[in-house]
Design a protein. Sequence first.
Lengths: 334, 262, 293
Amino acid sequence: MGSLAKMSKKRYRGGILKLFNKKNIISLAVILAVYFIVQFFISNGSINDYIFTNVVLIGINIILALGLNLITGFTGQFSLGHAGFMSIGAYICAIVTAKLGLPFAIGIILAAISAAVIGFLIGLPTLRLKGDYLAIATLGFGEIIKNIFFNIDYVGGASGFNDIPFYTNWTWLYFSVVLTVVVVNNFIKSYAGRACIAIREDETAAEAMGVNTTNYKILAFVIGAFFAGIAGALYANYICLLKPDSFGFLKSIDILVIVVFGGMGSITGSIFGAIALTVISAFLQSFPELRMVIYSLILFFIMIYRPQGLMGTKEFSLGFLKKRGGLNAKAQDK
Amino acid sequence: MLKLKINNLTMAFGGIIAVSNVSMAVEEGLIAGLIGPNGAGKTTLFNVMTGMYSPTSGTISYKLRGKDIAGNKLKPYQITKCGISRTFQNIRLFKDMTVLDNVRLAFHDNIKCGVMSSILRLPSFYSEEERIYKEATELLNVFKLADKKNEFARNLPYGEQRRLEIARALAAKPEILLLDEPAAGMNPNETKQLMGLIKWVRDKYKLTIILIEHDMSLVMNICEKVFVLDYGQLIAEGAPKEVQKNKKVIEAYLGGKDYVKA
Amino acid sequence: MQQLLQQLVNGISLGSTYALIALGYTMVYGIINLINFAHGDIYMVGAYVGFALTTFFHMDFISSLIISMVVCAILGVIIEKVAYKPIRNSTRIAALITAISVSLFLEYGMMYFVKAETRTFPNVLPDWKFKIFGGVIINVRDIYIIVVTVLLMVLLQYVIHRTKVGKAMRAVSLDAEAAQLMGIDVNRTISYTFAIGSALAGAAGVLVGVYYNTIDPLMGIMPGLKAFVAAVIGGIGIIPGAMFGGFFLGITETMVSANGGALYKDAVAFAILIIILIVKPNGLLGKNVKEKV
C-alpha cells in the first residue's frame, strides 16, 4: 500500500457532542423562536388571510428555489422541468388526502418520495446530456408530465382537481422550509456537496479526481425533486385546487428567476430571492402580463450586468456581529 | 516490478490516429518522461490511461494496490480510485472553490460516512470531516500552501496554482502520478524548485511518476527513463542521454538539425 | 391508404411550418452555439405583422408575406445586437437564461399591448378544396404553404452555397476565429444569420396565420419548442437536417393525432426529442464523431 494510503489509518474523534455545538444550539433557538412568535400572531388573528397566503407562497417558493438551486446552482445541471416534480408532489398528495382520505403527513411523504422516484427515472437518462441539451430534455419531461396529468380524468383532467382538503398551516409550512434549508445546507457542507460543486466547476477534472459524477448529479437531482414534491404537496392542500396548466414551463421559469436573482450557489440567496420575488408578484397580481415583462427584464439585466445574482455563491453571514464565524460561516470551517 | 504496461495501444478519432500502436512499460518507483513535438499524442495517451477515452485497440494494465488491473473499460473515476491521479495541461482547478476544498475533494477513499449521515450530522460525519481536514492541511503544509487554504483557487498566482494541482492529485492517494506539462509557464528558478519537489514527492510517497514535458532541462535532470512520441508513434525510449542523441528524436523535433544543448 | 395520404398531406403542411422555424434555430445554433428560445416568438411577431398588414392595410398575401419577413429579419438582428452579443462569452447557462428572458419579453410584451385574445386573419387566400386520388382533400392553402416553403428553402440553399454571405456563414459556424483571420466580419455574418433565420420564422408565422386563421401572443411557444425538436431530429446545426426534421415531425405528429393520440401529440414530440438526444444526439442526419477533449 502506498504511504499516502497509510495516512488515513489514524484515528479521529467524532462524537454526538459535536452536533450540539454552540452554533447549532443558537440556530435551533432562533428557529423555534421565529416559529412561536409567528404562531402567536396567527392565533390572535393579527395575520389576515391575504398576508398568510403570501407567507405560504414564500415558503413554497423557498423550498422550490432551494431544490432547483441544488441542481442548477450548486451542481451546474440546468433543469427547466422543476415544476414537473412539483406537480407530481401536488397530485399525489391531493390523491392521498382527497381521494384516499389519509392524513396529510402520509400525503407529504408519499408526494416527496414519488417526486424523488420520478426524478431518479428522469435523471438517469438525461443527466448524461450537457448544457443546452439537458435544459431542453428536462423542459421536455416537464411538458410530458403536464400533458399526462392533463389527460387523466381521475385527477380532474383539464378542468382540474377540486375539493382538496385544507391542511397546510403555519406549522407544516414552517418546518418544511426549515427541513429543506437544513438538509440542503448539510448536504452542501459535506463531501457530497463539495463533489457537486466540483462537478459544476469542472466535470472532467472532478471525474479525474475520483468523483463518480453521474451518481452525484443524479443525487442532487433526486434531492431537488424530493423537495419540489413537498412544495407541491403544501401547495395542493393550501390552494385546494389543482390545474395542470399551473405546472408548466412558465412555473419552472418562475422558480429559475428566483434562483438566478438570489444567486446560483447561495442558500440564503434563494431565501431572499423567494421573498423578494413573491412580494413583487403579489404587487403585480392584477397585471399578469406586466409581471412577466418585468420578470423577463429582471432576468435579462441580471444576466448582463450581475450574472451572479444577489449573493453570488456566498452566504449571508452575521460575521460582522461576532468576532469570527456566524450563523452561516463563509469560506472557513465548513 | 512493472507498474504500468501498455500493449499496442491505438487511439483513433474518426480518421485521425492520435496514438498509433504504442507499447510502453514503466517500472515501479520510476520518474519517466513522455516527450515529443506538439500534437504527438502525449496528452491523448494520458487521457486514454486515465479512462477519459476508450482505446480503439490495445490494452493497458496496471499493478495497483497489489492487484492487476486492466485499464481499458474503466471509467475515469474508477481508475482514479484504483490509484492513478493526474494533473492537466491547462490547469483545471475548481476555481470557485477554496484551496482547501480543492484538496479535500480528492479524498474519496474510505469516506466512512455516506450522504445520509452527512445530512443527519451523525458522529461519523464529524470524525470524517476532521480526518479529511487534517490530512488536507498536512498536504497543503507540504506544498507550502497552508496559509492560503481559505483563498479561492482562482486568486492564486500561476506557480501556486500548479503546485495546488499537484497537491490535489496527491490527495487522491495515487500510486501512479501523471503530470501533464507541470513546468509550463514557469521561469528557470521555479522549474528548478519543481524538479526538487517532484523528486521529493516520489521519494516520500513512493510513487511512480510519468510526466509530459517540453522543458528539456527538467526532463534531462529528473527523468530516469524517457519515451518519445511523434505523430502518435513511439520512436524512441531509454535513458535521457541516449534519447537525446537518438537521430530519430532529433529529426522529430527539429527536422534534421542539431538540437541546442539542454 | 387514402387516410394515409390525407395524413401525409396534412403532415407536410404542418411540417413546412416546423421546418421553416427549425431552419432559424439550426442556423443560429450552428453559428453561435445558442438555442434561441425567442425564435418561436419571432414567428409569432411575424404572424401579428401579417395580421396587421392584411387587416388594416388590406394587403395581399405575397406583399404581407414579404414585408413581414423583412420586419422579422430586422427584429432578429436587433435582438442579437441587444441581447445576445453582450453574453457571447458568458456561460451556456447565462446565454440560455438570456434567451428565455427575451422570449418572455416578446410574449408578454405583445400580450400587454394587443391583449391575449386570439385574432383572426382575414381570408387572403382562396379556400378551394379539391380531391385527388379519390378522397384525399387538398386545400389550395396547403399548396400555397408547401410551395412557399419549398421556394424559401431553395432560396436559402442558394444563399448558403452560392453567395459570399453564405460562405461566410458556413465558415464562421465551423471556426469563428479562423474565419475572422481570413478577413470575414464575424459580427456582420452573425447578424445576417439572424436576419435570414428570423425572416424564415416570420414567413412561417404569416403562413400559419393565413392557413389556420387564428393567432395569439403565446402561439409561438409550442411551435417554437417543436421546431427545436425538429432541428435536433435532423441534427442541430445542419440545414438540410432542419428541413428533414421539420417534415418528419409534422408527419409524425399528424399521424399520431389521427390515430387516437391527439391528446398526447405534444408529449410525443418531446418524447421523440428525448429519445434522439439519448440515442443519437447528433441527429438522424448528423455524423457520429467522437469529440476530442
